[in-house]
Design a protein around this ligand. Sequence first.
Ligand SMILES: [Zn+2]
Length: 219
Amino acid sequence: MSNVFSGEKCSIDRFVSGFSNNAFLITCMRTGMSVIIDTPADPTELIEAAEITRVEAVLITHGHRDHVEGFGDVSRNFHVPAGIGADDRESLPTSANVVIEVSTGNTIVVGDITLRAMATPGHTPGSTCYLLESPDNSDITHVFTGDTLFPGGPGKSSSHEALNQIVESLKSHIFTLPDSTVVLPGHGEFTTIGDSKREFAVFESKPTDPSLYGDVTWA
Ligand SMILES: [Zn+2]
């Protein structure tokens, strides 16, 4: 476990397990209520840390196996509502208490934590990013991007159309956020919206290769 952010209103902790997956625990300082983002395999450390909070919701960035493999373990410990993009719903067990089939503009309010869901299809049809709105009323916000955006490029695409869809999702929802917004992806290290936009500008300035997809980098 490592602390990503500690503010007056909330803290964010990161847990790495499974396929080098990042899971996050966002805790409201005032109420002790919390939200889990993603449930990779072997979520022991995540569950232990979450047990000293009051978990109110589990939000999933997308339905790929490595992000939901620990969902059963997590939901056995915390009988709370889950949220996932409607088009990825089938990757959670039918028994899951999915009350939030999130789409763009849905907000999830837990104590002083407000998360806004943004539908960002492309990596998967139901891929969703969650924006943590202005903790501490400062202008530093965090966005949980799953496998939609990483430092240096978008997540993996399975066709050129899917790549175009990710790019469209990023342009309409993610790159409109303030430059200082910290990007917390589903694997690996973090970046900012400002850095991502600068990297993307290089990509956009080059002619588009119509056969391009897969593990694409902006540079
Ligand atoms: Zn994925």
